[in-house]
Design a protein around this ligand. Structure first.
Ligand SMILES: Nc1ncnc2c1ncn2[C@@H]1O[C@H](COP(=O)(O)OP(=O)(O)OP(=O)(O)O)[C@@H](O)[C@H]1O
Ligand SMILES: [Mg+2]
Length: 271
């Protein structure tokens, strides 16, 4: 692993390690639209890295590049010290990067528990066929997955809604179930696309606490897109600011808050 940057401990006692992922001169085009223009930045082990910027700035597109869902038109993504080749969907799931979506993408008719179980799918070895042939082995595997899922349910305090069909849950809880499903995959890097959008103050506080707890307890590296500047300032170690597909700022929350380009393009409007 590339540890070219010295590890350090944050003021609140979290350990930040070396660089785990590096975006090198990423450009992403959709036909004539240039969603990302020559952007470089890195992500360090254990940090909470925010991406902010106005609507259409290219934030979700960047998250899709980080996850490997989009292959950049130009530039490369380095992961754990080596360039990462273009990936197939099953490879994306297995590399240890899990995500939530800007628009909730859960199975509304299924229970909370079953939705979270789908987060384990990429780890399941037994196919349907082998479950018929090797019933005992598959049953043991199922029990192991259940145990991990139960831990996630406890951690996110959603025991009381485990049997509830997700379609009946209020918005804030649906977002929490989505986080639970991503966590069930036991990710090294967790990508959150506006996890607090549309939430009330109390729901935002809950979600902020869970994001911090995940980072603190499991050392999970988190990349977070968020519009609420208060949340970004509270949670993140470093912030990338995007505008019209370009990077216009990169640094600590205080640094970007005082960056004139960022104020002009974004903060002036948001505040
Ligand atoms: N699949 C796609 N095909 C064509 N254009 C796209 C596609 N995805 C995104 N775009 C365009 O790329 C630009 C960046 O979009 P993106 O969704 O990444 O922005 P964003 O910063 O996430 O915005 P928002 O805050 O509204 O979520 C926009 O102009 C958008 O219309
Ligand atoms: Mg978006």
């Amino acid at each position: 692993m590339n540890t070219s940057v010295e590890p350090y401990t944050t003021e609140d006692g979290r350990e930040i390690g070396g660089v785990v992922m590096e975006m090198k001169n990423i450009t992403l085009r959709f036909g004539g639209v240039v969603a990302i223009k020559d952007i470089s930045f890195d992500i360090r082990q254990g940090e909470i890295r925010a991406i902010i910027g106005p609507n259409g700035a290219g934030k979700s597109s960047m998250l899709n590049v980080i996850s490997g869902f989009y292959t950049p038109s130009e530039g490369s993504v380095w992961y754990q010290g080596a360039p990462r080749p273009p990936m197939k969907p099953y490879q994306i799931a297995r590399q240890g990067v899990a995500r939530t979506f800007q628009n909730i993408a859960l199975f509304e008719g299924m229970s909370t528990l079953d939705n979270i179980m789908t987060g384990r799918l990429t780890h399941m070895k037994s196919s349907m066929l082998s479950q018929g042939l090797w019933w005992g082995k598959a049953q043991q595997e199922e029990a192991e997955h259940r145990e991990i899922v139960e831990k996630v349910i406890d951690f996110l305090e959603i025991q009381t809604i485990r049997k509830t069909p997700v379609g009946r849950l209020p918005y804030g809880l649906k977002k929490r179930v989505e986080l639970a499903r991503a966590l069930a995959a036991d990710p090294k890097i967790l990508l959150l696309d506006e996890p607090m959008a549309g939430m009330n103050v109390e729901e935002k506080e809950d979600m902020s606490r869970f994001i911090l707890d995940v980072n603190d307890e499991f050392g999970t590296t988190i990349v977070l897109i968020e519009h609420d500047m208060g949340v970004v300032m509270d949670l993140s170690d470093r912030v990338v600011v995007m505008d019209y597909g370009k990077k216009i700022g990169d640094g600590s929350p205080d640094e970007v808050r005082n960056n004139q380009d960022v104020i002009d393009a974004y903060l002036g409007v948001a505040n």
